[in-house]
Write a protein that binds this ligand. Structure first.
Ligand SMILES: Nc1nc2c(ncn2[C@@H]2O[C@H](COP(=O)(O)OP(=O)(O)OP(=O)(O)O)[C@@H](O)[C@H]2O)c(=O)[nH]1
Ligand SMILES: [Mg+2]
Length: 184
């Protein structure tokens, strides 16, 4: 079993990503976002209303499975995005082969804290940049600089609703994880 964690700040498309790529019916622990959560969940105008309103959020984990080839079956765990669920992080990342961090260019600063946690976990990772209609378009180079990624860290543009793009992101991540192992 190859465990992969999909993480990132609130509402970047983690749950969407896991359900898009999973070959089994993915499992989710979504709860309706309520007014009671408004004070702690930092949506700050973040698709909180309007047509693309965000009504649900992940409170546990998303789970899906993806067979890349007969030797490589990925078990995907999507993390919650809200800061108050950070207590789950250590358990979630334990034993992970790699991490895919999703970021949204309209709130890159929200990714810093997540990047710190990922770095601290000492698990190899790749970064996927999601495109939302309202997000400013930044070149991958400027995102790399803003997130201070090392040159070897894969950085891929990905639409979490597009299966091929999600597969490309996961393949880039697994290649990055496996490359050092293959050279020994
Ligand atoms: N345009 C666009 N919309 C997306 C993309 N990924 C997700 N969405 C939409 O963004 C909204 C939030 O997606 P979720 O998958 O719930 O995000 P999440 O990261 O799991 O959210 P939390 O669990 O609350 O942190 C949904 O309405 C998705 O349809 C993307 O790549 N592009
Ligand atoms: Mg989610």
């Amino acid at each position: 079993m190859l465990k992969v964690v999909v993480t990132g700040p609130l509402a970047v498309g983690k749950t969407t990503f896991v359900s898009t790529v999973s070959e089994i019916k993915s499992r989710h622990t979504e709860e309706r976002m309520t007014q009671a959560g408004a004070l702690v969940d930092q949506l700050d105008g973040y698709r909180a209303d309007g047509e693309a309103a965000k009504t649900h959020t992940t409170v546990g984990t998303d789970f899906g499975r993806l067979t890349l080839d007969e030797r490589m079956v990925l078990y995907l765990f999507g993390s919650p995005g809200q800061q108050r669920f950070r207590v789950l992080w250590d358990d979630l990342v334990r034993g992970a082969l790699g991490v895919l961090v999703l970021v949204d260019t309209s709130r890159l600063e929200a990714a810093f804290e997540v990047m710190d946690m990922v770095e601290a976990a000492d698990v190899p990772y790749a970064v996927g940049v999601n495109r939302f209609p309202t997000s400013p378009v930044h070149s991958l180079g400027s995102v790399r600089a803003a997130l201070d990624l090392s040159p070897g860290t894969p950085l891929i543009s990905v639409d979490a609703r597009d299966r091929d793009e999600c597969l490309d992101a996961l393949i880039a991540m697994t290649r990055h994880v496996l490359a050092p192992l293959e050279s020994v």
